[in-house]
Design a protein around this ligand. Sequence first.
Ligand SMILES: *[C@@H]1O[C@H](CO)[C@@H](O)[C@H](O)[C@H]1NC(C)=O
Ligand SMILES: *[C@@H]1O[C@H](CO)[C@@H](O)[C@H](O)[C@H]1NC(C)=O
Length: 347
Amino acid sequence: MVTRAGAGAAVAATAVVALLSAALALYGPPLDSVLERAFSLRKVHSVKDMENTLQLVRNIIPPLSSTKHKGQDGRIGVVGGCQEYTGAPYFAAISALKVGADLSHVFCASAAAPVIKAYSPELIVHPVLDSPNAVHEVEKWLPRLHALVVGPGLGRDDALLRNVQGILEASKARDIPVVIDADGLWLVAQQPALIQGYQKAVLTPNHMEFSRLYDAVLRGPVDSDDRHGSVLRLSRALGNVTVVQKGERDILSNGQQVLVCSQEGSSRRCGGQGDLLSGSLGVLVHWALLAGPEKTNGSSPLLVAAFGACSLTRQCNHQAFQKHGRSTTTSDMIAEVGAAFSKLFET
Ligand SMILES: *[C@@H]1O[C@H](CO)[C@@H](O)[C@H](O)[C@H]1NC(C)=O
Ligand SMILES: *[C@@H]1O[C@H](CO)[C@@H](O)[C@H](O)[C@H]1NC(C)=O
């Protein structure tokens, strides 16, 4: 026997089915097939774009030559590293070297310096970021640096962040390109004016960092169904600053173009991967600006550089995963930089 409650539920269920059918009739084919079509179209589109854009990246890479002197292929500074975080600035700085920079500096808090030096004899480490003269100490080096990577392992100490603000202002005054990641992005979310309209800035937010920035600048939540549009809108709202949203696919925009990087990586995400991206981007930004817009076929040099760094990071991830599977770490990825670089850019 059917109870009254049971009968009520049956009527309700029938009503729901009827409503759903009506909705399907109104909106045409089932949502699944629409999504599938949109997705495969976009995929075809992006594969073609990817090949073209990789060609542009190849164009900006300076040839190796015995007539150049040390430093010409890039002197990069990483601003970050504090008592708690020493791995991130190391990963960023060593990645810059492995990609092809001649010199890599780290400007960190004094407690982090001996640790970072002990990781590697290849880096120049300045224990200045928590000094009262931090801005001046870094500024002295700016004329000799081609690009800064700001944020890896920075932390959120107020005094450090105030110094980093001064360093960003000094870099802008000298027209030095800056790549901003991690807690550098936290600073930018507090004070978007710091990089507003600065054409030589590239921001590399992950999902969380992107939402925080978007909310700070556009005063509203991200439309998660429209990642392309969201990245484009944030870039425009910041005065066409280049934005790289890292994710399952990386979405890049300079307020004019939107690029998608879906170079095959792996399902393995390890902490530190973003530092490989920001460090290599520091070098590629320098190379792209040096090469100029003829070499990038009219596309923004910063966008091409960012596409190169995303592709490289994903290729490193792919190669490391082939060897190490689930145990893949950022150090394994960094060991792949040379081979990944040749495969993508020197074939
Ligand atoms: C260069 O730009 C032209 C015109 O926009 C385009 O047709 C061509 O495919 C581009 N080449 C590359 C390598 O992107
Ligand atoms: C950013 O780019 C868009 C598209 O080209 C343009 O309409 C807008 O004026 C630019 N904004 C700035 C601040 O340059």
